[in-house]
Design a binder for this molecule. Sequence first.
Ligand SMILES: N[C@@H](CCC(=O)NCCCC(=O)O)C(=O)O
Length: 253
Amino acid sequence: MTSKPVVAIVCDTSKSGPHIYHSVGDKYIQALRRCADVTPVLIPSLDVPVPAEEIFSFADGLLATGGYSNIQRHYYGDAPAPEGENEDPHRDKNTLPLIRQAIAMGIPMLGICRGLQELNVTMGGTLYPRLHEIDGRFDHREDKDAPVDVQYGPAHSVSVREGGLLHTITGADEFMVNTVHGQGIRDLAPGLVVEALADDDTIEAVSIENAKAFALAVQWHPEWKAWENDQSTRIFRAFGDAVRAHSKSRVGK
Ligand SMILES: N[C@@H](CCC(=O)NCCCC(=O)O)C(=O)O
């Protein structure tokens, strides 16, 4: 039986009683299995991060997932968030350098929601901490009281950059996406290219200029029932193909 290539997913951390737990949302794992056809491997977000070289000695891709926590603001030069903001310092400490190292090593990567924000921040960009407070911007947050199918259902359209990576993958100029985020890209990092915009000019997808390998990040959630949506299926299949190509190139070494 031929083994499937591995995609590393860095965990979120949470506390239950005195104990720290590491976790990844099931929908990301399901989309990787069913649409990218790869083997997901969860990487703990430790106080001393697992080195990139160790992870990428067996993983041929990196998925930076969404997460309810916000990136600590000092990573993009802002003053600390107000007391009580949902943050995950361990996730930041593990994912931000790992994304940078994956890019440098030519490891295929896909970022989703928080993962897009992490890519932008780790490459030197900044965020709007509260996008909905910015004049002219929509409120991109989900209605937490709505059923989950509504929270992750189509919410607004995105306009796709003609001839870009996302356009090549989806074949679409415009399509509907869900929206489950309160933060958004403010200053685009050097070396990132806009792949899609919302009507309020919020950056909804980016790629890396002259990337060594597949590198795409989106602000929406294509992992949500990815197999039921054409653009989502195409995104995960393209990511899986890039991971398989990287795996094959490694076998030859
Ligand atoms: N906290 C950030 C990122 C939002 C995000 O990733 N939302 C998804 C949460 C749960 C999930 O579907 O994994 C922001 O608010 O912008």
